[in-house]
Design a protein around this ligand. Structure first.
Ligand SMILES: Cc1ncc(C[n+]2csc(CCOP(=O)(O)OP(=O)(O)O)c2C)c(N)n1
Ligand SMILES: [Mg+2]
Length: 571
């Protein structure tokens, strides 16, 4: 038993024991003791945000990038509510995150005291576990369980409320141990069954996704796909699991999926879904696979037991972590001369064709060509550059035309939340300062969390921000034009001058209107990042008529009624 310590000190000691090296926060008077204890704990780096959504998003991005649990600290009611979007995101993205909430003192709880919030009810449906710690001597136990739960099985957020007086109490209590992330592994029987199903298949396809793909796991997956000539597709916003340049890679299955790829999945006789949740965005609204019993034979491997059979009754369900699965896949005796070997070549050719400049740009040439711009960006950035985006139709261009070459290079919200990209990019740069980090946002998306530019400058996070400015909530406008043509309501935006806004924060600010100017401005922005060690922002003046790679306003409003295209939302 150690000496008597304050609850705040016990808490900080547990964070260190759980391997935490940074804390994203907005301070509150509810946890002053913790802030004070951190002064004597330089190994725990405090990153102070300007809005609690920033803290939660950053903790989530840190988790997705490093595989380690991210930790955010916020104050009671107002702080907890601001952080909620990041908790919802971490839940849908299956990210290990521990949110600590400074709570009102126990002496006044349940009176609706000043800023009191019931964390159990607020976070109950969007986290793996929510608890309040009522005794300082139990802090080690609660912290250990929080980290254990957040990091095991299907990973996710955990919320702990810490009443002010509990942090001030003194207690003699023993420390906990570091958590162990527990993941299941496939059994021999399951691997044998998978091999048998593959042996009987004629049109198999692999669909990979979810977090937890280490570089080694991705490499093992590559070996399995190559040896068996299997086409590999990536689930919505998990495009970095498999090198997009590899001949077996056939595209991503998300909002705006290549129709030929969608057809290939519909027509497959075996879908090997590894790590993907098979959510709404990945299944084109539960149409690529029918629920509950798909037409295709389905092997569903997922770290979360509760995820298996939740929507789809797969023929073979495997509860496993991805590294554990991939290690076994790499050892499977390959199918000799599979009859589907030509299919991978054809699917790859269809993917390459899907990446070509879309004909809409020839019919309606914009002053600033988003396709050309993304080619330029990909050619300029290193393979390992981390690219972050939030929600909006601009992201359809990115997902379709920009290639991801290595695990851990895509940070994008499967929860479809706007405002994610700015904090995610800053967290990425702080966590991996040696890597190039680019943040790609829409004008609406960017302004949801633009205040974190101050955080970026404060911590010298030299991120390149690209803002696709079309003066509107374009995704919603696109739906509006299709459902209620010409009746614009609630989707137009009067924006600030983004380059000046960036400069006001201390970033370098640029603006590009014409395709021909982009390369030069990009070079200037990158040079500025290197020399100033501060962020740079390029505002891209986008054609407001170009609503997506398959939708131009003139086509919708033209005299001849166009057949209502099935418009993908990038929410
Ligand atoms: C937090 C949040 N609020 C609202 C939405 C609904 N929504 C999805 S995309 C979008 C518009 C995005 O606008 P912008 O970032 O400018 O991108 P654009 O579609 O114009 O390319 C909205 C409002 C959302 N996904 N997330
Ligand atoms: Mg916009």
């Amino acid at each position: 038993m150690s000496d008597s310590r304050s609850g705040a000190r016990i808490l900080v000691d547990q964070l260190l024991l759980q391997g935490v090296d940074r804390l994203f926060c907005v301070p509150g008077e509810s946890y002053l003791g913790v802030l004070d204890a951190l002064i004597a704990t330089p190994s725990l780096r405090l990153i102070v945000n300007r809005h609690e959504s920033g803290s939660a998003f950053m903790a989530g991005a840190y988790a997705r990038l490093t595989g380690q649990p991210g930790v955010a600290f916020v104050t009671r009611g107002p702080g907890a509510c601001n952080a909620a979007i990041g908790i919802h995101h971490a839940y849908q993205d299956s990210l290990p995150l521990v949110l600590l909430v400074g709570q009102s003192p126990t002496s006044v709880l349940e009176r609706e005291a000043f800023q009191e919030i019931d964390c159990r009810r607020l976070f109950g449906s969007i986290s793996k576990w929510v608890a309040q710690i009522d005794r300082a001597d139990r802090i080690p136990e609660f912290l250990a369980r929080a980290f254990q739960s957040a990091t095991s099985g299907r990973q996710g957020p955990v919320v702990l409320a810490l009443p002010e007086d509990v942090l001030e109490q003194s207690a003699r209590t023993a420390d906990a141990r570091c958590h162990q992330s527990v993941q299941a592994a496939p059994s021999d029987t399951q691997i044998a069954a998978l091999r048998r199903m593959l042996g009987k298949a004629q049109r198999p396809i692999v669909l990979v996704g979810g977090p937890g793909w280490s570089a080694a796991a991705s490499e093992n997956l590559r070996g399995f796909a190559e040896a068996n000539h299997l086409p590999v597709a990536c689930a919505f916003r998990y495009q970095d699991v498999y090198d997009n340049r590899h001949p077996n890679y056939v595209g991503d299955v998300g909002l705006g999926v290549n129709p030929q790829l969608a057809e290939r999945i519909r027509g497959a006789d075996l879908v090997l879904a590894f790590g993907a949740r098979l959510g709404e965005a990945t299944t084109s609204g539960y149409t690529l696979l029918r629920a509950p019993v798909p037409d295709q034979a389905l092997v569903h491997a997922h770290p979360g037991l509760e995820e298996l059979g939740r929507v789809y009754q797969a023929e073979l369900m495997i509860n496993t972590g991805m590294p554990q699965l991939a290690a076994r896949l790499a050892m499977i005796t390959p199918i000799e001369n599979p009859i589907w070997a030509d299919a991978v070549v054809q699917a790859r050719a269809q993917y390459r064709a899907w990446q070509l400049r879309p004909e809409i740009l020839s019919r309606h040439p914009p002053e600033l060509d988003p396709w050309q711009l993304l080619q330029e960006l990909r050619a300029t950035l290193p393979d390992q550059a981390i690219v972050c985006n939030g929600a909006g139709n601009f992201s359809i261009w990115l997902h379709r035309f920009f290639g991801y070459f290595a695990p851990g290079t895509q940070l994008a919200p499967t929860s479809g939340c706007m405002g994610y990209a700015v904090p995610a990019a800053i967290a990425a740069k702080i966590s991996a300062p040696e890597k190039a980090v680019v943040c790609i946002s829409g004008d609406g998306d960017f302004l949801m969390t633009a205040q974190e530019l101050a955080t970026a400058c404060q911590y010298n996070a030299a991120v390149l921000f690209l803002v696709f400015n079309n003066g509107m909530y374009g995704t919603v406008r696109a739906h509006q034009e299709l459902r209620f043509p010409g009746r614009v309501s609630g989707t137009s935006l009067r924006n600030p001058d983004f380059s000046q806004l960036a400069r006001a924060y201390g970033c370098a600010g640029f603006s590009v209107r014409r395709t021909a100017d982009f390369a030069e401005v990009l070079a200037q922005a990158l040079a500025s990042l290197r020399s100033r060690r501060l962020p740079a922002l390029i505002e891209l003046a986008c054609d407001p008529q170009l609503l997506s790679p398959s939708l131009h306003l003139q086509d919708v409003r033209g005299d001849t009624p166009t057949p209502a295209p099935k418009f993908p939302s990038a929410g």
